[in-house]
Design a protein around this ligand. Structure first.
Ligand SMILES: [Zn+2]
Length: 935
């Protein structure tokens, strides 16, 4: 083979060779600084230089040092004259390159401007009487321009000295080599007789670290087999051995990393449609599993695996892989076994393409891996998926016209019943989408169906889903739709979950169309990132506007979607097109450096600092307004706010009768004239302030001392768990605190009221309420004054133990010292406030009874009927009122004087401020009352 190649190469390249013999001897010693020929060359070619390595010249470079009519003429002109500078003879060179086909003219380095190569590399190999010198060459780089100037020579020629003369007559044809003798040392390195390639005679004159070796006739061959110590450990060496003695002159390992490349592929259906609707083409099986012996290797995403193997080995490939395990329900999974000793091994599943379920295996396996890859490409740590291995895919499941996800596998039906095999393209994406929805912690329903379809949209970048499920003419659902959200019927496309699911696929497709214009090369990844990463945010099964908020928040580039997001208009536009608008962008920001008051002085002296700033629009200076009204009467009035610096205002809250509630909100315009309010949805939501000069507590009990509560009332029926005031010993059932361990009071407080103190370490039910009810009653409390409110912390647990959620905790109020009672609240038997935990209540007394100076409060914990575990507790009881000062002190400054008269006169004939007697008009009677209170 090697000789044949040599002949061919000569035919290719030798035509223009001039076989002139170079003059002079060429045996100068390498170690000398410069041989006579080297000195002569440098003298004749100023501007050139030699690069030497280990004594030999490896490069000649610098100003062009030869020319010719062709690249080869230029190179040969140089070599004819100057081969001796390398210790070689021109006559020993043949124009044979160091490439597989031996070509000698190699274009290099495309010029970006012309598109043509700038250089030609002309290569020669060194021979002695037809025998190649092992790894010897000289390579001449010629510029492709007029005169073909030679600018660089790369030299690896051997200095053969007088070997050339001595070698005469020693040439043996390969057939006459004593191979047994020549290979005996080399073969000792193998346990059993290795496979030995064809042999080739070469001249050994050194290489690399044994560079300047004494030339000798040698034999080159490749041997491959088991290591001398371990047959399974495979080795492959290139040997150069002394032709006469067999002594190893040179040995090179031919195994570089892996020596077998395995391609796992299958004939799968194109375009992600049903097999009846497109052709099958060769596709990679990503992460495909290959087994040999006891070893398993997996292909990469492109279906390529590498194996390091011993002897000739049998390899098996199936349609299972690292992440998915294939199960052909009625049949056997496609499995191919082939032997290989190295090189490249190709597996092609479904190669005959005449068995439906084998085709379905290939399609389902490939599509499942592709949709998994897409998911992890945009969410590398997606729950479960990022670590899940060997997940089952079932094909050929009994039945027709369906596919399903069951929480632990995806399942596809064979053809029949008017449907094609369902193990294809976006049907696989859909079922895997259900898996993504499940592991993300979301419910399924319409959202699950919709997101299944969305995965198909993301994979195909096409809106029509399930093409070929029944017929190739159309799909079964379409993301290119006009489905609208419906709060009552799910969607305008129907309330059935698959139909309604098109709502979210429609939003995603609408967004895709906008993104495709904005981001022509990256829109698919941007879209997939939003759709996939929104899944773990989704709760429940419905499709609603909260998904729009999820997308906007994922898209945002700061901590506030209210000022817009980079793709706000694209995302909001896409979802709005389907009736799912996101929150409106806040055009202007409102801030209140001193807060928003909850008390407003009746005299109208309370002010609010309001600063307006730009968010997605710019505020127009001087446009700030205050809207206000009495909560119980009338429409909103409007007043301008006083501007200091531009867009920095002071709002003055109006004078209103003490004890009323003031409602108010703020507004300012953008420079484009849009009025913006704070709160944003005012007047639906407004600020509330009690109109008063202050507030005070008329009763405060931290329960740290005894203020006269009654712990048991005549008629109470409970036998245990009666109310006590103490530092409670908490009880816990599993992880649920049943009786509190800590009271509410901060600081040094430890006590509260609770139902029965057990002993530390006692049983759960030892001191809970049993046998009936127990009543805790307050002392008499004063609630006179305006806007009296009662507040307390309570604790209630009825959800643990036997007969849970069957009893109630009742809170009642009396305004006649306990003669009659009105229910304030009833906690339980169900709901969210019956599992223990301190809960704060603050109630307006007038909403229940008329506040008086003889108020009482009582708490009744009950274990009625079947015995249950009941614990209740109470702490921090207060009654508060607002303060109004004297009715005649119209400006609230603490004294009735001329300023109050001025206010009254200013509102003469009106109502509200100044109407001291409350008859609805400010008149002479009010003046009389004011003067009566003078000073
Ligand atoms: Zn589904």
């Amino acid at each position: 083979m090697n000789f044949a190649r040599l002949t061919l190469s000569l035919a290719l390249c030798a035509s223009s060779l001039a076989y002139a013999q170079s003059p002079g001897a060429s045996n100068g010693p390498d170690s000398a600084p410069a041989t006579p020929s080297q000195s002569a060359f440098l003298a004749e070619h100023p501007g050139t230089g030699f690069f030497t390595n280990d004594g030999g010249i490896t490069r000649v470079y610098g100003a062009a040092f030869s020319n010719g009519a062709t690249p080869m003429e230029s190179a040969e002109s140089f070599l004819q004259s100057w081969a001796p500078i390398f210790g070689a003879q021109f006559g020993d060179l043949l124009a044979i390159g160091q490439y597989e086909d031996g070509h000698c003219l190699q274009p290099l380095m495309v010029d970006e401007e012309t598109g043509m190569e700038k250089f030609t590399l002309v290569s020669y190999s060194q021979f002695v009487k037809g025998v190649p010198v092992f790894r010897s060459s000289v390579r001449c780089l010629v510029r492709n321009e007029a005169g073909f100037p030679l600018v660089l020579v790369s030299n690896e020629l051997k200095d053969l000295g007088d070997f050339v003369t001595a070698f005469s007559g020693k040439v043996l044809p390969p057939s006459r080599l004593d191979m047994k003798r020549a290979t005996r040392y080399a073969l000792n390195e193998f346990r059993a007789a290795p496979t030995v390639s064809a042999q080739e005679m070469v001249i050994w004159a050194g290489y690399e670290e044994v560079n300047a070796a004494t030339p000798v006739l040698a034999v080159k061959f490749i041997a491959e087999g088991g290591n001398v110590f371990d047959e399974a450990s495979r080795q492959k060496f290139l040997f150069v051995v002394d032709a006469a003695s067999g002594r190893i002159l040179f040995q090179e390992n031919m195994i570089l990393n892996a020596d077998l490349t395995i391609n796992t592929r299958g004939l799968g259906t194109e375009n992600m449609v049903a097999d009846a609707c497109a052709n099958e083409v060769s596709m990679a099986l990503p992460y495909g599993k290959i087994t040999y012996g006891a070893t398993t290797v997996y292909a990469n995403a492109n279906g390529v695996a590498v194996a390091i193997i011993g002897a000739n080995t049998a390899f098996t490939s199936t349609t299972s892989g690292r992440y998915f395990t294939m199960n052909n329900v009625p049949g056997a999974e496609s499995s191919i076994t082939t032997s290989s000793a190295g090189g490249v091994l190709d597996f092609m599943h479904n190669s005959a393409n005449n068995v439906e379920l084998t085709r379905s295996e290939v399609n389902a396996y490939i599509q499942a891996n592709l949709v998994r890859d897409l998911t992890l490409s945009v969410s590398p740590s997606f729950p479960t998926i990022s670590t899940q291995l060997n997940w089952p895919i079932n094909v050929g499941v009994a039945g027709t016209c369906n596919a399903y996800y069951d929480g632990s596998s995806i399942n596809f039906y064979a053809s029949g019943g008017g449907c094609n095999n369902t193990g294809f393209g976006d049907v696989v994406h859909h079922e895997y989408g259900h898996h993504l929805v499940a592991v993300a912690g979301s419910g399924q329903g319409a959202y699950g169906e919709g997101m299944g379809d969305v995965m198909g949209v993301l994979m195909k970048d096409q809106p029509e889903l399930g093409v070929g499920f029944q017929t190739c003419a159309n799909g079964i659902r379409n993301a290119n739709n006009t489905c609208q959200y419906s709060s009552t019927g799910c969607s305008s496309c129907g309330s059935e979950i698959h139909a309604c699911g098109q709502l979210i696929s429609g939003c995603v497709w609408s967004l895709r169309n906008t993104f495709a214009v904005q981001y022509p090369t990256t829109y698919r990844a941007k879209l997939a990132a939003l759709a996939v990463n929104a899944m773990p945010l989704h709760t429940g099964t419905s499709i609603a506007g909260d998904i729009t908020i999820d997308y906007l928040t994922l898209n945002d580039n700061n901590g506030n979607i209210s000022d817009g997001t980079p793709d706000y208009s694209a995302i909001n536009g896409a979802f709005t097109a389907h009736g799912l608008p996101g929150p409106a962008v806040e055009l202007l920001g409102f801030s209140f450096p001193s807060g928003i008051p909850t008390l407003s002085n009746p005299n109208g002296s309370t002010t609010v600092t309001v600063n307006v700033s730009a968010l997605s629009a710019t505020p127009a200076a001087g446009t700030g307004k205050l809207y206000w009204r009495n909560a119980t009467t009338g429409a909103f009035s409007v007043a301008n706010m006083t501007q200091g610096a531009p867009n920095e205002y002071t709002a003055t809250l109006p004078a209103l009768a003490c004890g009323t509630t003031l409602q108010f909100y703020f507004a300012a315009n953008t420079t484009t004239g849009i009025a913006v309010t704070s709160p944003a949805n005012a007047p639906t939501t407004v600020n509330n302030a009690s109109v008063a000069t202050g507030s005070s507590n008329t009763f405060v009990d931290t329960v740290e001392t005894n203020l006269g509560w009654t712990l048991t009332t005549a008629g109470d029926t409970a036998t245990t768990g009666l109310w006590v005031r103490a530092d409670p010993v908490g009880t816990v059932n599993g992880s649920t605190q049943v009786q509190p361990e800590l009271d509410v009071t901060t600081g040094t407080g430890v006590n509260c009221f609770f139902t029965g103190q057990g002993t530390a370490g006692g049983t759960l039910g030892a001191a809970d309420v049993d046998g009936g009810y127990t009543t805790l009653t307050s002392p008499t409390m004063n609630a006179t004054g305006s806007e009296a409110r009662v507040s307390y912390y309570r604790w209630y647990s009825n959800s643990q133990g036997g007969a849970p959620n069957a009893d109630t905790f009742r809170v009642q109020i009396s305004n006649n010292n306990g003669t009659s009672w009105v229910a304030l609240e009833t906690v339980g038997p169900g709901g969210t406030e019956v599992d223990g935990g301190w809960i704060y209540k603050n109630l307006r007394i007038a909403d229940f009874v008329t506040p008086t100076a003889t108020m009482k409060l009582r708490f009744i914990a009950d274990d009625a009927g079947t015995g249950s575990l009941i614990e209740a507790a109470v702490d921090e009881v207060r009654i508060s009122v607002v303060e109004c000062g004297a009715a005649e002190d119209l400006n609230g400054d603490g004294i009735v004087d001329a300023a109050d008269v001025a206010i009254l006169l200013n509102n003469w004939g009106g109502s509200g401020i100044g109407d001291i007697d409350g008859n609805g008009v400010v008149d002479a009677a009010d003046v009389a009352a004011l003067l009566n209170a003078w000073g």
